[in-house]
Design a protein around this ligand. Structure first.
Ligand SMILES: N[C@@H](CCC(=O)N[C@@H](CS)C(=O)NCC(=O)O)C(=O)O
Length: 212
């Protein structure tokens, strides 16, 4: 029994993901930034329905982190767990109780979720423009981008922060999947173009991971 415990303790952390997942990308950037040891498990397709594929996550979503006996779900919870477990200095300014920042994060996460809805809808083969559910998701995506465009001064360039990482993950995913036009968002494009030069962000860019 004791031996079994030792073996388990030596097991690497595992991050279940799909390579292009923007939610998983946030976590991967944090793992790379702090040079943590972690094995990446590509689950294949997010449309999988088996619990075991998602390491037991009943929401059937990625990312999922497994570590020793724990299973952690939700990208931001995983980051919080990593910072606490490894007693990491919060160099990327992840921790916050600033309401403006919290709203920016909620809206960027919402953009990412609405994009998942639209992509999944298209993949299922239905004419998504004919359904109010998807029309609203697209409207919310565009309204949220308009809102973020007006918050450009809250992103402190050229410093790499969790908020700028989140913005890059959301926007580059939209660029890759062409979910909506980004042309009019001058401030967002300016920030993302500047941040995207960071090597950590470059390595996890969807266009680099899976060139079109
Ligand atoms: N709020 C979750 C969102 C996770 C999520 O929606 N992940 C997508 C992949 S990017 C997924 O697994 N979707 C599966 C599905 O929608 O069926 C997080 O922050 O981790």
């Amino acid at each position: 029994m004791r031996q079994l415990k030792t073996i388990r303790k030596e097991e690497k952390m595992k991050l279940y993901l799909t390579p292009l997942s923007h939610f998983a990308r946030k976590v991967r950037i944090i793992i790379k930034f702090y040079q943590l040891e972690c094995q990446y498990i590509d689950i294949g397709r997010v449309t999988e329905t088996s619990l075991s594929v998602f390491a037991g996550n009943p929401l059937l979503t990625v990312p999922v982190l497994t570590d020793e006996e724990s299973m952690i779900i939700e990208s931001d919870n995983i980051i919080s767990y990593l910072l606490k477990k490894f007693d990491l200095e919060d160099k990327l300014k992840f921790k916050t109780d600033d309401v403006e920042k919290m709203n920016i994060r909620a809206i960027l996460n919402g953009i990412m979720s609405n994009e998942v809805k639209l992509i999944q809808g298209k993949r299922s083969g239905i004419a998504i423009q004919d359904y109010a559910y998807f029309t609203k998701a697209k409207l919310s995506l565009d309204e949220s981008l308009n809102w973020i465009e007006l918050q450009a001064d809250k992103f402190t360039l050229p410093e790499l922060t969790f908020d700028s990482i989140l913005l890059v993950c959301a926007i580059e995913h939209i660029k890759y999947f062409e979910t909506t036009s980004l042309e009019k968002y001058k401030q967002i494009n300016r920030i993302v173009d500047q941040m995207a030069l960071n090597p950590l962000l470059q390595k996890t860019n969807p266009f680099v991971l899976k060139p079109k």
